[in-house]
Design a protein. Structure first.
Length: 587
């Protein structure tokens, strides 16, 4: 055989192998035929709420040239977060300029209007008509290539970014109600910022407009799916992008939901599923069974994937299992019965200290990822450590400030509902001038740091502590959210102090001599946890009364120093067992 001919055959075979290779999962992308240079781009959409995947609305230059000509403007909604959206511009060299925004309501449970304005001088993003973020600067001027409007749904092979992928979450769907484009007409427009934009067209997705849109059929390294035409569906005036397995494609669902996990929280049991549930079956208490425990109520939470169980006859300390059966999804597919051990939420000692990028040290808990099975941790971000001889000014806890978690999106802690004081710990150990790292920080949805520049405030290698007091936690989770302005948000440590349990308690000033927090569980059978705070050393007694007002116990606590006390009251023994954690919260 001629050698040149032989090589040609192998080359052709390799091309065919690449082009015909198929991935296990199938996604979807919808894109305009036309490209647009500048303008306002709007969409009404409801994203898919599944960890390990995302739904998007963006523009992209596909004219060739590789990373040297890269132009892209993104709105990406990652299904791992209940209330976060990601903004990004990607400029030549494939340089990312990422930020996040915490929404006040979920992008997955209802339609929201998202938009971005792209001009020669800025890119600004909007949520429900309000500007929430803007990028300016030299990199914006390199976004100068006409781009196509695109929407897609896919599963990145990047668990730190998108979360852990679990095929049981399939199928997943993102819904788009309409898309509008407004051309950039400075000085002559009637819409958008400064009335600098003019409406060009709106597509209501009543059908596939083949003169305007293409369906995609490609993939790339790092994408866990292929895009196929069948997963772009039009139904009831909506565009539906589908992420499926390779067999059950399109807008269909023939598999029941999967029961993922169960855990205690605020004297309730939360039951987590892979997908949105049929409310009637989800709230049928006969579909849940805990041995020796009475289930009194089942409530489907607003995410429609989590069920909250109210129970009687359990101390929330002894181990239990939860059997779930007959729960249906919104397509009325029935789950397979499953029995799992209920995860017991850790009862933290306060002050609770977390080393956000390092190991356990100086009474601080080690860093970890936040999952269904963890009590605290980060979502996204990377860790960096500095020399153990680095001296940090303004602190005697140098070790905590020598490691940092950067590229942060959220840090979450499961807590009993109540009021807390939160200390956020920062030190700029990387940059040596102001303006290099700027970000915002939100605690429980309230912005507590805006345009935060650590170096500008205290210089480098110097501790800075932001105290956020009387933070109300009413859903069992303390959420700390980070939003980049320039470079990556970071944090070194978190300290949480308990003020009062029970969000309905009024905040009691520190100068009060004694604070009794809500006992838990409540009601209780046999034993209950009682926590109180002493602000003035003295002799104390503890009395217990029944519902008729009769005293059933009086216990002499003796002389108590200032501090936080955690105790177990045993009604059968009429006694209290005291625990004195080493890390007592002094008030």
């Amino acid at each position: 055989m001629n050698k040149k001919f032989y090589l040609a055959i192998i080359f052709i075979f390799l091309i065919i192998s690449v082009s015909t290779s198929a991935k296990e999962f199938k996604g979807a992308e919808y894109r305009t035929k036309q490209s647009f240079l500048y303008g306002r781009f709007e969409v009404s959409m409801k994203s898919a709420y599944r960890e390990g995947m995302l739904s998007s609305f963006f523009t992209y230059y596909d004219g060739g040239g590789g990373i040297s000509t890269w132009n892209e403007i993104d709105i990406e909604i990652l299904g791992r977060y209940p209330n976060d959206i990601q903004f990004n511009t990607i400029t030549p060299g494939q340089v990312n300029h990422v930020s996040h925004y915490p929404m006040s309501s979920s992008p997955h449970t209802d339609y929201h209007t998202y938009a971005f304005e792209w001009t020669p001088n800025y890119v600004a993003w909007f949520v429900d008509g309000v500007e929430v973020y803007k990028q300016t600067g030299p990199h914006i001027q390199t976004l100068n290539r006409a781009q196509k409007i695109m929407m897609n749904i896919w599963n990145p092979q990047a668990p730190n970014w998108a979360g852990a992928w679990n095929p049981n979450v399939l199928p997943a769907f993102a819904f788009y109600d309409w898309v509008s484009y407004y051309s950039y007409t400075p000085g002559t427009g009637n819409y958008g910022t400064g009335n600098n934009f003019t409406h060009s067209w709106t597509d209501n997705f009543d059908y596939w407009n083949t003169s305007r849109w293409d369906k995609a059929s490609h993939t790339w390294d790092g994408n866990g799916c292929d895009f196929i035409y069948e997963n772009v569906v039009f139904q009831n005036g909506k565009l539906i992008l589908c992420l499926t397995d390779s067999i059950n494609i399109g807008y269909t669902d023939i598999k029941g939901p999967v029961y993922l996990s169960a855990r205690t929280l605020n004297e309730k049991v939360l039951v987590y599923f892979t997908e949105e549930l049929d409310q009637s079956s989800a709230e049928n208490i006969s579909n849940y069974f805990i041995p020796g425990v009475t289930i009194t109520n089942a409530q489907l939470r607003s995410d429609r994937k989590t069920v909250q169980l109210s129970v009687d006859g359990w101390d929330f300390v002894s181990p239990k299992t939860l059997l779930v059966l007959n729960v249906k999804d919104t397509f009325l597919n029935t789950m397979s019965a499953r029995n799992l051990t209920i995860i017991l939420t850790t009862q933290f000692s306060f002050p609770l200290k977390i080393n956000c990028a390092g190991p356990a040290a100086l009474g601080y808990l080690p860093d970890q990822e936040f999952t269904l099975n963890s009590d605290y941790g980060f979502m996204d971000g990377s860790s960096s450590s500095y020399s153990n001889t680095l001296q940090i000014n303004n602190t005697d806890e140098d070790e905590i400030y020598r490691s940092e978690k950067y590229g942060m999106v959220t840090y979450n802690v499961r807590l009993h509902n109540g009021i807390y004081n939160v200390k956020l710990m920062f030190a700029e150990n990387y940059f040596t001038q102001a303006g290099k790292r700027i970000f915002d920080v939100y605690v429980e949805g309230s912005r507590v740091l805006q345009d935060f520049d650590i170096f500008n405030l205290v210089g480098n290698n110097t501790a800075y502590v932001k105290e956020v007091n009387t933070v109300s936690v009413n859903d069992g989770e303390l959420n700390i959210h980070f939003a980049a302005k320039i470079d990556n948000p970071m944090i070194n440590g978190i300290v949480i102090e308990l003020v009062s349990l029970g969000i309905n308690d009024e905040y009691i000033p520190k100068e009060h001599s004694f604070i009794l927090n809500q006992n838990y569980p409540n009601p209780f059978n046999g034993q209950t946890q009682i926590e109180f705070i002493v602000n003035q050393p003295d002799y104390y007694k503890f009395s217990v009364y029944d519902v008729r007002g009769s005293q059933i116990a009086i216990i002499d606590l003796g002389y108590l120093e200032n501090g936080y006390y955690k105790n177990t009251f045993d009604v059968k023994k009429i006694q209290m067992t005291f625990y004195h954690p080493e890390s007592i919260s002094m008030y």
